[in-house]
Design a protein around this ligand. Structure first.
Ligand SMILES: [Zn+2]
Length: 68
């Protein structure tokens, strides 16, 4: 059954520590479809400074080190 206990546990940790939720992501994929979900994620995790990818764990850009 969705979400299983492992995912619930992980989700709670990520919501608290990293301000993101896998469960929310999965629900958004269901609601919006994968294409739109990915388009949103692309914006969300792209550095506004240099266009690099932002690290979910550190909250900083891998490329230039800017904080999210
Ligand atoms: Zn950057």
């Amino acid at each position: 059954m969705f979400p299983c206990d492992n995912l619930k546990h992980l989700d709670k940790r990520y919501r608290t520590k990293y301000h993101m939720s896998m469960i929310e992501n999965l629900e958004n994929i269901k609601k919006l479809g994968i294409e739109e979900f990915l388009a949103n994620e692309q914006i969300r995790w792209t550095c506004t400074e240099c266009g690099g990818a932002i690290c979910v764990h550190k909250g900083v850009c891998f490329n230039c080190g800017k904080k999210l």
